[in-house]
Design a protein around this ligand. Structure first.
Ligand SMILES: CC(C)(COP(=O)(O)OP(=O)(O)OC[C@H]1O[C@@H](n2cnc3c(N)ncnc32)[C@H](O)[C@@H]1OP(=O)(O)O)[C@@H](O)C(=O)NCCC(=O)NCCS
Length: 158
């Protein structure tokens, strides 16, 4: 097992195939990019194959136009025994002007698994800077809030 890179940025152009009926990039395409970046980030941190356990808190702040230069930034903000909580931010700009703006953000939880799909231990990430410590504390707070949301949502489960 080799590790550990805490963050990663994917950079590419939004292509015509990503566009919805309104002429902007499809929300599903953005979610796919987020999932890819979360995978690359968690694999880079853990040195293991990882699966997506949870994605939430997604906000589509601004649309992305076809031909935009897209940057998907992913970074580890908390590690459990086998899980890695990844904060993601999507920024986009016209490649001619480079006036970068945030379009989406969310949290994804990835879990390292072995060949049988069983969860595996990951290296621990220890926050160092003040900003890291705040994000780590927020990740812990969000865990409690998700538990509460999960309990509330049980009413929709048959
Ligand atoms: C993710 C998965 C491996 C977890 O399996 P599990 O039996 O719950 O495993 P564990 O009980 O050992 O939990 C593993 C970790 O996942 C976390 N986890 C599991 N489900 C979670 C959820 N819905 N939200 C947040 N964290 C979750 C646990 O808190 C635990 O974290 P920790 O080890 O850091 O304490 C399993 O649910 C799975 O395979 N899900 C499908 C994944 C998938 O197909 N994703 C889409 C394509 S990649």
């Amino acid at each position: 097992m080799t590790a550990s890179q805490r963050d990663i940025t994917l950079r590419f152009l939004a292509e015509p195939q990503d566009v919805n009926f309104g002429g902007k990039v499809h929300g599903g395409a953005v979610m796919k990019w987020i999932d890819l970046a979360a995978y690359a980030c968690s694999a880079g941190w853990s040195g293991r194959y990882c699966v997506t356990a949870y994605a939430g808190g997604i906000r589509f702040i601004a649309p992305i136009h076809v031909g935009s230069l897209v940057e998907v930034e992913a970074k580890v903000i908390y590690t459990g025994k086998s899980s890695m909580h990844i904060a993601l931010e999507v920024n986009a700009c016209d490649p001619k002007s480079l006036n970068r703006r945030q379009t989406t953000n969310c949290i994804v939880i990835m879990v390292a698994v072995d060949q049988n799909g069983q969860s595996e231990t990951v290296p621990q990430w220890i926050p160092e800077t003040e900003a890291d410590k705040q994000q780590h504390a927020t990740a812990i707070k969000l865990m409690g809030m998700r538990k509460q949301i999960g309990e509330e949502m049980e009413i929709f489960v048959d």
